[in-house]
Structures are given as C-alpha cells and as structure tokens.
Design a protein around this ligand. Structure first.
Ligand code: IPM
Ligand code: MG
Length: 368
C-alpha cells in the first residue's frame, strides 16, 4: 500500500475550519483506496509567529521538507492586526514567499471554473457565461518583482525612493512555459500568452522564449494578448480562454479577477508545483472578519485537495470525483453564507455541514 506524508498547515483566520473539511475528504479518499495518508500538522503564518516567534518556524520547515505534499490554508491578519508584527516577519513575507522559494514551486495553477451549478454566484450576465467558464491561469510563482532585489533610501535630490527589480532568466521562463504548453496540449490546445511587451523588456524576452518553446508543441495554437486587454476580455468574453500563462505579478492580479468573475475568491483553489515538491492552497486570504463563524465555504480548500490528488498522487479519477461532489452539493441548492446573497433561495448551511455533504456525495461516486 502506498503511504504519503502530507504536511497540514491550517493557517490563520478561516484556515482551520476550512482545513477541517478538507481533511474529511482526504480521510474518505484514504478509506476507499489502497493508500494511506500520514498527516503532519504544523504551525504556519501569524499563528506560528505568535506561538514560535517565526511565521515559518524550523519545526514546520522540517515537517514540510519530509512531506510528499503540503496542504496549506490561508494565512495573514487584518490590516490593523498585521501592525503587531514587524513588516519583514509578517506571514506573507515571513512564511509564504520563503516557502515558495524554498521548494521552488514555480508553476502555480489557478483554475477559474464556473460550471452551471455555480453560475448564480457570478456577477456576469448569463449570456456572457454561456455554457460555463472553465479556464486555468498558469502563473510563474518564484520570479519577477516578488523576488527581485529591493532598495530603499534617500536619493540625490533628498527624496525618499524605492527600487524593486523585475528579473527573469531564460531558464525560469522556459520552465513555466513548458508547464503551460503541456497543459494546453492536454486540454483544448489553445494557449493565451499574457504579456506587456509594448512596455516591458521582461515581456520581450518572455515572448522571444515562448516562440522557441512553441516549436516543441506544434499542435498548440498561441494567442498573444497584452495583460491590460486580457483584464477586459476576462469580463467581456471569459469563455474564449482555456489556458493562460503569465509572469508572477500579472498572475497575482488576473487570478483575483478570476475570482471576481466567478463571484468569490472562495471558489479559487490552487496548486503550486515545483520539480521536487508541491503545495496546495486557496488563492484567497484568511478572511479574519468571518473566521470562527462556520460560514466560510470550504470549496477552495477541498478543491486544493483535488488538485493534490491529481498532481501529487496521480489519482485523476478521485480528483474529478471531488470536484463533481462539490458541484453536486451546490446543484442540490446548498451553499454557505459567505457565497450566497440574501434572498437567492439557496439552502444555507454551515462550513462543517457543507463538508459533510461533499463527503456524502463522494461516497456515491465510482473509484475508477
Ligand atoms: C496570492 C496572494 C499572495 C501573492 C500574497 C498573500 C503574498 O495574494 O497567492 O495570490 O501575492 O502571491
Ligand atoms: Mg493574490
């Protein structure tokens, strides 16, 4: 029997409650497959900072180092609470970026998926949604402005200044493009390349390398699109997209827009893949305002489990089942308060009951 070690980093805010639901799903998967999961819980984020003095403490690093995959909840505090932690030690800079760098998880997959059962969550008109939105943003995750050199000081004119560097080398660009082309090849064979080559030299190099890599994937059609135009088209005609690839900062912004067209970032799980290690996390923050109220939808966390099953354990059918189970719960008319507008006619249930219903649906689905 295969045994996988999974580091469980529940995180801050709503993290622990949505992680608890994701673990129910993992447990069922374990029960009904020839597989065992060894769960290794660890502190990560603001909770770790307050308990251990470090948002990514050594114990957690050791656990993540030995894990086959990492399931990570959202981290961070409210704007006000954040001020209690020195800037460089805040969870985003002190834990999340170091984790991405440590495990070189350069390929971030962010599905923006709106099947019919979820269409009522979207602010877009039915005629824009059509038969549904189903795209994946492939975001480069360990380069660009996020990780470039930074400098602050006083310039010659006596003014405070800041300098942040956007740096990529050809290896970084090539490796993320291979991910995107492979994914496009498996799906509809159309790749939207998102860039800003009319202004940024980094995009000029990116596009040059893309043309070289594209030769290895002759079946994939490439459509080049400026990032600002992409933002507009995501609202006007999101159904034209299937796989989109972009650098780190563009991906941060456009993927939140992806959450916007779905109607909530709560519908955005993600996979962060490196060549040796992968971790899985919701794309959203820790929503401290609704933490502990049993109203946060666990979709993004359970979706992250689905992405883990597919990408880390090769369990494609179970991954599909998990997605289908969540959609079936929505299709039955159930939802949580964070996702539902008052008077929308949905049957409002808590975070925990939503998780239970997903498990129930999953039980009825075929294993292979
Ligand atoms: C995301 C988040 C992070 C990012 C933050 C929390 C540092 O917004 O994963 O999109 O900017 O990458
Ligand atoms: Mg973001």
């Amino acid at each position: 029997m295969k045994n996988y070690k999974i580091a469980i980093l529940a995180g801050d805010g709503i993290g622990p409650e949505i992680t608890a639901e994701a673990l129910k799903v993992l447990k069922l998967i374990e029960e009904r497959n020839d597989i065992s999961f060894e769960l290794l819980p660890a502190l990560f984020g603001a909770c770790a900072y307050f308990e251990k003095g470090n948002a990514f403490p050594q114990e957690t690093i050791d656990i993540c180092d030995q894990a086959d995959a990492i399931l990570k909840g959202p981290i961070g505090l409210s704007h006000e609470e954040s001020k209690k932690i020195p800037v460089d030690e805040q969870p985003e800079r002190g834990a999340l970026l170091p984790m991405r760098r440590r495990y070189n998880t350069y390929a971030n997959y962010r599905p923006v998926s709106l099947p019919k059962a979820l269409a009522h969550f979207s602010p877009l008109k039915p005629e824009v949604i059509g038969e549904g939105i189903d795209l994946i943003m492939v975001r480069e995750l360990v380069g660009g402005l996020y990780f470039g050199e930074k400098e602050t000081g006083i310039n010659e004119a006596g003014l405070r200044y800041v300098k942040e560097t956007l740096e990529y080398d050809e290896k970084q660009i090539t490796q993320i493009l291979h991910h995107a082309f492979k994914l496009a090849n498996k799906r509809k064979k159309v790749l939207h390349n998102i860039h800003k080559s009319n202004v940024l030299k980094s995009s000029v190099l990116w596009n040059e390398i893309l043309e070289e890599v594209a030769k290895e994937y002759p079946e994939v059609e490439v459509i080049n699109l400026l990032v600002d135009a992409a933002a507009t088209l995501l609202c006007l005609k999101p159904t034209q997209f299937d796989v989109m690839v972009m650098e780190n900062m563009f991906g941060d912004i456009l993927s939140d827009q992806g959450g916007g067209i779905l109607g909530s970032l709560g519908l955005m799980p993600s996979a962060c893949l490196g060549d040796e290690k992968a971790y899985y996390e919701p794309s959203h923050g820790s929503a401290p305002d609704i933490a502990g109220k049993n109203i946060a939808n666990p979709y993004s966390m359970i979706g992250s489990v689905a992405m883990m099953l597919e990408n880390s354990f090769g369990m494609d059918q179970e991954a599909k089942n998990v997605w289908a189970a969540m959609q079936a719960v929505f299709a039955d008319g159930y939802s949580t308060a964070d996702l539902s507008k008052p008077g929308s006619g949905v049957n409002m249930i808590g975070t925990d009951a939503f998780g239970d219903k997903v498990v129930e649906k999953l039980k009825a689905m075929p294993i292979a």
